[in-house]
Write a protein that binds this ligand. Structure first.
Ligand SMILES: C[S@@+](CC[C@H](N)C(=O)[O-])C[C@H]1O[C@@H](n2cnc3c(N)ncnc32)[C@H](O)[C@@H]1O
Length: 372
């Protein structure tokens, strides 16, 4: 499974570490900073990422797996994103993809696209923005704008909600379009529950990034808790909330390590009706905490089970991981949700190309427990 979001293996290659910014991928954390001038003291040797991770987990109790029957299983479930007015995959091939994000056509690397292209070279060359990746610095410098110079952001919409697309140095654009299938599923569940029971629906969005899921949930009438380790990502999410006219909605913006936050919420006895979690393969908390998908996910998922309310609606997990299969996510979800009835649906998120003879671009694996 290709991973557009976490680049390179999640293991450290050097014993020294630059502290690494919160939310950062291992490549970014490992990227050498400018050389230390000769007259400055050599950097203090710090623990390696593995040592920090071990230290973080040292006092963690063994995972308490729930008992009872496993939920029903439904797999494979392929959730497909179709071309639409806000987003379309126009073409893919030869290691790249050509997409339309609102008003802009964007060309980026895509190593899943190992097939030939369908569209003429002129369509590809006419893109508004091309990710070049040819500098190793933060910012929009890794993009080329052949038609006219563009700023870092541009106006976008998702299901009528306004937000900002953004050229980031990691080739991301501030939104992962395949997530729209989860967002629609979630907003429908919120609307149904509110219509049927009238009770407030509480949503927890862990690893919330630029906040679209949080904003769509809030617009659907939910009370939302949005957690991300990166101050910058929280800033972008709040900017999006302003643009969407949703600043007065009940959204708590929390800049914290996802596992630490979940542990605290579990101690406090907080509960949620819907939980979304979209963890990277590797990430950093604001206090240097280390997140490693395969090592930390079992602990986090069982914590999520404890955070589900007594009338839960869904627990949605997506993984952009190269070493996994949806069967692994399904098996883990099944264990975490033993004794709770419902169904575990698992499969892939794919995006369908626009036009005739369209192909599917696979983006990620998912597993979701649904109360029904
Ligand atoms: C893959 S993105 C999530 C994308 C989002 N769900 C969406 O579809 O728009 C991963 C996010 O996790 C955050 N992150 C990384 N490590 C974290 C940690 N230890 N705790 C909390 N958030 C973390 C990053 O800052 C980033 O915003």
């Amino acid at each position: 499974m290709r991973n557009d979001r976490t680049k390179g293996p999640g293991r450290p290659e050097r014993r020294e570490r630059s502290a690494g910014r919160a939310g950062q991928t291992p490549d970014a954390a490992r990227r050498p900073s400018s050389a230390t001038p000769a007259n400055e003291p050599a950097p203090v040797r710090r623990d390696s990422v593995e040592e920090i991770a071990r230290e973080n987990r040292r006092d963690r109790p063994a995972v308490e797996w729930p008992e009872g029957l496993r939920p029903r299983f439904a797999a494979p479930v392929i959730l497909e994103v179709e071309p639409g007015p806000d987003y379309a995959l126009l073409d893919s091939g030869d290691g790249e993809k050509l997409e339309r994000y609102g008003p802009l056509v964007i060309r980026r690397p895509e190593n899943q696209a190992i097939w030939p292209r369908r569209l003429a070279p002129s369509r590809w060359d006419g893109a508004d923005a091309i990710f070049t990746g040819d500098t190793d610095e933060e910012g929009a410098g890794r993009w080329r704008f052949p038609r006219e110079a563009l700023g870092e952001t541009w106006p976008m919409r998702e299901d009528g909600l306004s937000y900002l697309g953004r050229f980031t140095s990691f080739r991301h654009v501030g939104v992962f379009p395949e997530q729209t299938v989860h967002w629609r599923f979630m907003t429908e569940a919120i609307a149904r529950e509110r219509a049927q029971s009238g009770r407030p629906v509480r949503v927890l969005n862990l690893f919330g990034y630029t906040g679209l899921a949080s904003l769509l949930a809030a617009r659907a009438g939910a009370e939302v808790t949005h957690v991300d380790a990166s101050k910058r990502a929280i800033g972008w999410a709040r900017e999006n909330a302003e643009l969407a006219g949703l600043v007065d909605r009940p959204i708590r913006w929390i800049c914290e390590d996802a596992v630490r936050y979940a542990e605290r919420e579990a101690r406090r006895g907080s509960t949620y009706d819907i939980i979304l979690l979209d963890p990277p393969k590797f990430g950093r908390g604001p206090k240097g905490e280390v997140w490693q998908l395969f090592e930390d996910l079992p602990h986090l998922l069982v914590l999520m089970r404890r955070l589900l309310s007594d009338r839960p609606l869904a627990l949605v997990l997506t993984a952009y991981s190269i070493r996994s299969s949806f069967y692994s996510l399904a098996a883990l979800m099944g264990e975490a949700m033993r004794g709770s009835g419902g169904t575990v649906e698992s499969g892939e998120l794919v995006i369908r190309e626009e036009g005739e003879d369209a192909r599917h671009l696979s983006t990620s694996l998912f597993s979701r427990w649904v109360s029904a």
